[in-house]
Design a binder for this molecule. Structure first.
Ligand SMILES: Cc1cc2nc3c(=O)[nH]c(=O)nc-3n(C[C@H](O)[C@H](O)[C@H](O)COP(=O)(O)OP(=O)(O)OC[C@H]3O[C@@H](n4cnc5c(N)ncnc54)[C@H](O)[C@@H]3O)c2cc1C
Length: 387
């Protein structure tokens, strides 16, 4: 039983099915969720996708973005990075995609293999009986499974049921993240992904063609309770007076696509498994968007977990222990890097714009870029794996 038809859950379902198991996936959303944001996909994620035979589908994704630009309050560029340069730095193993694209590609593979996905369903209770696990669902039904996997994201329900309240494991990184999709805009962004930063806030704009656009907003703020109906006005307040198209874009968002809104949080949990239940992906190792590789690690974790279950042939305790030993140090290292980066990612009122621009221009220089990627996550954790 896999809870969550996201990146980790579907990757695990596919791998288990290919090994001859018969996983069932439950997903709380009534259909594949379309709340999306743009992501960079490379490194460990690319390696897993390659082994799963999915890189053709990834390369077939087409968005009109040909450059990434850092722009000032008037939209004038002070650093331009051709996407070709990023691809070259990563040996061509790179795509820009929306989270729903990756989920759809994985779902189509899972569906073709005959994986059962029950939408609109959540696990309500888990009882590990030693020889099997009794699972109760929110529709009142019950069933019996050999193993249960919590791949249900940063706010995992399986984690809450097995390990307790999220507050014990959450590390707030001092900022909020919001993202939405716009179907019909007339803002002057051309075919260029743009980043505009100001003290305490950064906005990312991704034109998707046909007047469609994805936007992500990151802003520094203390942690407070924000009821869902106030999330948009919270973002609007945080970007009040923002330069370039920030305010206009938030005004243009009419809520036809869902608003993604969350704290920027990591999850660090001492043990990933208990008995016949284990966690994967953001549920046990959320890195935050700052690492830029949460989806890569979610796929790598799922792939390694399936592989270890196969290797230990029925000994789930040994498989879970081996999976955790392989993944946890890599997750901890990336979390440390991301939380250090959190301190500088969003400028403060004291930041020196000329210095930030110099660092950005240097990091994206064609000679430096391959080393910057290597230092910051392009090295796949499967590189040393002999399987
Ligand atoms: C703005 C932003 C930008 C990012 N950029 C990048 C990037 O550039 N590169 C990158 O690699 N990563 C990026 N990430 C991180 C990446 O999106 C996550 O690490 C990744 O989605 C984690 O995959 P997952 O399968 O563990 O969780 P998710 O993708 O969150 O999937 C969890 C699934 O479980 C479902 N679910 C939740 N609760 C329950 C429940 N109780 N019962 C059943 N189902 C449930 C959810 O609906 C969802 O389908 C970014 C994240 C954000 C927020």
């Amino acid at each position: 039983m896999i809870s969550g038809a996201g990146i980790a859950g579907l990757t695990l379902a596919i791998c288990l099915k290919e090994y001859g198991d018969d996983p069932v996936v439950v997903e709380q959303s009534p259909a594949l969720p379309d709340d999306g944001y743009m992501m960079d996909f490379f490194g460990s994620g690319w390696d897993v996708a390659e082994r799963m035979g999915l890189t053709g589908a990834l390369r077939a994704l087409r968005y009109p973005i040909d450059k990434l630009q850092f722009v000032n309050a008037e939209g004038k560029s002070y650093a331009t990075v051709p996407i070709k340069r990023i691809k070259r730095a990563l040996d061509g193993k790179y795509v820009y995609l929306r989270r729903p694209d990756l989920v759809r590609i994985l779902y189509e593979r899972a569906e073709a293999l005959g994986v059962e996905v029950r939408f609109g369903t959540e696990i309500a209770d888990i009882r590990d009986q030693g020889t099997h696990v009794d699972v109760a669902f929110d529709d009142g039904s019950t069933d019996e499974f050999a193993l249960v996997f919590g791949a249900d994201g940063v706010h995992s329900g399986v984690r809450r049921l097995m390990f307790g309240d999220e507050s014990q494991f959450a590390r707030f990184l001092g900022a909020y993240v919001a993202a939405f999709h716009i179907e019909d805009h007339d803002l002057p962004v051309g075919q260029v992904a743009q980043i505009h930063e100001e003290p305490n806030r950064v906005a990312f704009y991704y034109p998707l063609g046909d007047r469609k656009l994805d936007a992500t907003f990151v802003f520094r703020l203390d942690e407070v309770d924000v009821p869902p109906e106030q999330q948009l006005s919270f973002v609007r307040r945080a970007f009040k007076g923002a330069g370039w198209i920030g305010e206009a874009l938030i005004d243009a968002y009419k809520g036809s696509a869902p608003l993604y809104f969350d704290t920027m949080t990591q999850i660090a949990i001492p043990r990933w498994s208990r008995g016949r239940v284990t966690l994967l992906g953001d549920a046990c190792g959320c890195l935050s968007l700052l690492a830029g590789q949460g989806s890569h690690m979610a796929m790598a974790g799922a792939y390694i977990l399936a592989q270890e279950l196969q290797r230990y042939d029925g000994n789930h305790a040994a498989a879970f222990a081996s999976y955790e030993a392989m993944m946890k140090p890599a997750i901890a290292e990336r979390q440390e890097d991301a939380s250090a980066f959190a301190k500088i990612f969003i400028p403060t009122a004291q930041s020196k714009p000329w210095l930030r621009r110099l660092v950005i221009q240097t990091a994206f220089n064609p000679l430096v870029l391959p080393f910057a990627f290597r230092a910051f996550g392009s090295r796949s954790i499967l590189e040393d794996d002999e399987v």
